[in-house]
Structure formats: C-alpha cells, structure tokens
Design a protein around this ligand. Structure first.
Ligand code: ARG
Length: 465
C-alpha cells in the first residue's frame, strides 16, 4: 500500500497520518460497527439511485450493489474485519467494498456525506429497535394477561405509602402494569415514526449538485424523504424519542421490580420466583435473590442517564454536524440492549412465579377494610367526613382492645355508629370488599373480567410484527 492508501479517506489535505492517541479518541468503529448492516442497506439504496439517475452507469451500480451484498454477507457471518485505522463503520465498509469490488467503490460516495450517512444508519437502527422493543413489550403484556387470568380469585392488599390500604384483586394489580406497558407502545410507535425519515441526499448539510433523488432512496428503504437538508443531518430527535420511550419503560419495569423485591421477601411472602429466575448467595446458603427484578430497578437509572446524555450532548450544538454527535451512539445502544435484555426475561419469569394466596389474603383483611365501613355509612346518608371520623375512632378502639376490625365485638361497632349494627359481616372480608366496588375500572371482579377481555382483544388485534 502506498502512503496515500494508508491515510484516512479525508487524508488528501494532510501531510501526515493521525497520531495513534488521536486515532483512538477519534474512532467510532469499535462501537459503530454494529451499524454495518444498516450502513450497507443504505449504501445499496444509494448505489441503485446513483444508477437510476445516471450519476454512475447501470453496470457500475450493479457492481456496487453486488459488492455491498458480499460485504453484508461477511458482516452477517461475523467475518467482517475492521481496524482502528478504519475510523468508523462507513469507512470500514467502503474500504472492504474496494477490496471486494475494485475501484468502482471509489464512486459510491458521490452525492452523499458521512453526515447524512450516519444519520440514515441511526434512523434505520432506531426504527428497527423500536419494532423489536415493541415485540418485547407485547410479550410482557401477554404474560401479564395470562397470569392475571390464571389467578383471578387471589386478593392482596393494595398499598398507599406502603401501608395496607384496601383489598384488590391480584388480577387488577397485574392489569395495572398491562396498562402502563400499553402506554409504552404509543411512545415506541412515535419513536418509530420519527425514525422513519431518510436523511440520505442531504449530503454534508446543504444538498449536492448531483442530480440525486432522495425520495427514491427513501422509498427503497420504506421511509419518507427529509424536507430540509440542514435539519436532516442535525436532527437526533428520533433517537431522543426512543431514549425517552426506553426511560419511561425502564421506570415501569423498575416499579414492577421494586414490588417483586418486596413480594418475594420473607416479610411479605406473597410470591416465589422460579429457581431459573433467581440467584443465590456465595456465603449464605439459604438465600434466593430476585436479581432480575433488582436489575430492572438498577438499569432504569442507566436508562434515564442515557436519555440525559443525549439531551445534554445536543443542547449546545449549532445546526450542522459536529463531532459531538458521535457520542449519540453508545447511550442509544446501551438503552436498547438493556431494555431488550429485561424484556427477554420478564414474560417467562412472570409465568413461572408462584403466588402465596393465603399470605396475600391474610394481609388484605383487618384494618384494610376500614374504608368499607365508612362507605357503608356514607351510602346510608351519613356525611362521609362524619363516617370517616366514626370509623377512625373504631380503629383506635380496636387497637386499644388488641383486636382487628374483622374481630370487633358487635357492641363496639354499634358504639362507633348506631348504623353499623346493620353492617353485613361479608363486607368485613377482603372478598366482600372487592365485590362491593361499583365504579368503572374498579377492582370489582366483574369489572376486572371486562378489562381482561378487553386486554385479550387488544392483544389479539395486534398484527404479528
Ligand atoms: N463517526 C461519525 C459519527 O459517528 C460519522 C460521521 C462523521 N462525519 C464527519 N463529518 N466527520 O458521527
């Protein structure tokens, strides 16, 4: 190789090759090589367009496409070799293309820049990632519905301030997580749509004198074409959209994780994870730890960080490409990998978990039924505030007597409020409490049944991706 061929692709105006330390700092190839399949797909669309528009001959376009397909095969087979001197994925692919297809490779970059090229690669990556994460979220939603359906009769306390509040159906609780994930789908869809725009043809920032057709490459990739070349190379909103969707999804998984860490503790004892989804301690033989759920809690911090990283990278940048933008990739990859790893575990982990219905029910009675009494009085014309105070006094009395609300002597009930003499004792059970709910979207078994049916219908209506 001549000195000229060893120098970077932009080496024409430089008297010397880059210093090694600078080369290491400057290179994105160690992490952006995973964009190679997208980069090559974009290049194939670009080469075809160059041929159609007469910018290269049909024969040259065909040679470029053949060569790129050969390089893609190497990438897919894990046989693609890169070095730090390649600097980034675009250069690495172009270098390999030249080795495979010869000097025609030198024409591929006509009418484009690495600036629109990297923007395209990222758009394709984000579109793909949004689709894969959506599949993962749907799989988790299916598991929530299945488990909710299987355990329709289980009751646990709902909590506020982590204090037992009111009995609810376990299925109602699980379907609450289903609803959160359903909202995640909307955010993922918005990110997918934002990513579905091709920046190719914007060139460095202002377009190109060559008669390119950005709409042609966009259509080839199933995308919309950009409308402003400067915006096309500057925009990373689509990546922010995905990072935001991942961060919110991460927060949902984190809250779920926190619940399961509590539920699987000896103190709660509500659920047990299958051994396949737990790990042990290297010193304490009895330990069975809910690591996956802890990691969901832990990784959500990173996901929020990933979103922040890109926001902060972007906020000071003028329009047009700045090298800072190279920093957009690692947080994006980090977030996508983390979310996919968690979603790969969640559905089976949910399905294989066992619930301790007795423990749950035991925690759902007693004082968690106090609101039932207040509502009973209010339904009979006692002002709610007054009813609340009467039952509050009764709770205090029970504490003095050392009894729970469902063991309270009849005369104490009457003393708290005369109307409580007519209280049907069934109301003082977790079952009676949930069955007593009337409002839409409540934990009443009938209402939960309808929501389960709606959830199943929603999932059945989703076309396989
Ligand atoms: N490696 C670069 C990045 O990740 C590719 C774009 C380089 N463009 C440039 N003008 N140096 O952003």
């Amino acid at each position: 190789m001549s000195e000229n061929e060893k120098s970077p692709l932009w080496g024409g105006r430089f008297g010397t090759t880059p210093a090694e330390a600078f080369e290491r700092l400057n290179a994105s190839i160690p992490f952006d090589v995973r964009l190679a399949p997208y980069d090559i797909r974009g290049s194939i669309a670009h080469a075809k367009m160059l041929g159609k528009q007469g910018i290269v001959s049909d024969e040259e376009a065909a040679e470029l496409v053949r060569g790129l397909e050969a390089v893609l095969k190497e990438v897919e087979a894990g046989r693609f070799v890169w070095t730090l001197a390649d600097e980034d994925v675009h250069t690495a692919v172009e270098r390999r293309l030249r080795e495979v297809a010869g000097d025609v490779a030198l024409k591929l970059h006509t009418g484009r820049s690495r600036n629109d090229q990297i923007a395209l690669d990222l758009h394709l990556f984000v579109r793909d990632a949004a689709e894969r994460i959506t599949e993962g979220v749907l799989a988790a939603m299916r598991a929530f519905v299945e488990v909710a359906q299987r355990h329709r009769d289980l009751i646990l306390p709902g909590y506020t301030h982590l204090q037992r509040a009111q009995p609810i159906l376990l299925s109602h609780h699980l379907l609450a997580h289903f609803e959160a994930l359903k909202r995640d789908l909307r955010r993922l869809d918005a990110a997918r749509e934002a990513a579905n725009v091709s920046p190719l043809g914007a060139a460095a920032l202002g377009g190109t004198p060559h008669p390119t057709d950005p709409a042609l490459t966009a259509a080839d990739l199933g995308m919309q074409p950009f409308s402003n070349s400067l915006d096309a190379v500057s925009d990373r909103d689509f990546a922010l959209d995905l990072l935001y969707a991942c961060a919110v999804l991460g927060v949902h998984l984190s809250r779920l994780g926190e619940e399961w860490v509590l539920w699987t503790s000896a103190e709660f004892g509500f659920a047990t994870l299958d051994d396949a989804y737990s790990s042990g301690s290297s010193i304490m033989p009895q330990k069975k730890n809910p690591d996956a759920y802890e990691l969901m809690r832990g990784k959500s911090g990173r996901l929020i960080g990933d979103l922040n990283t890109l926001l902060i990278t972007l906020k000071g940048l003028p329009l047009g490409y700045s090298k800072d933008l190279q920093e957009d990739k690692e947080p994006l990859f980090d977030a996508v990998d983390a979310v996919l790893a968690m979603l790969a575990v969640l559905p089976e982990m949910l399905r294989t978990a066992r619930f301790n219905g007795e423990r749950m029910l035991g925690a759902a009675g007693g004082f968690a039924l106090a609101t039932e009494l207040a509502d009973f009085l209010a339904a009979r014309g006692v002002a709610f505030r007054e009813a609340h105070r009467a039952v509050g006094r009764l709770v205090r009395r029970c504490e003095e007597l050392g009894v729970s609300l469902d063991e309270v002597p009849q005369e104490e009930l009457k003393a708290a409020h005369p109307m409580l003499a007519e209280l049907p004792m069934q109301l003082l059970t977790p079952q009676g409490s949930v069955e007593n709910k009337r409002s839409a979207g409540s934990t009443a078994p009938g209402s939960v049944e309808r929501k389960l049916a709606a959830a199943r219908e929603f999932l059945d209506g989703i076309l396989p991706g």
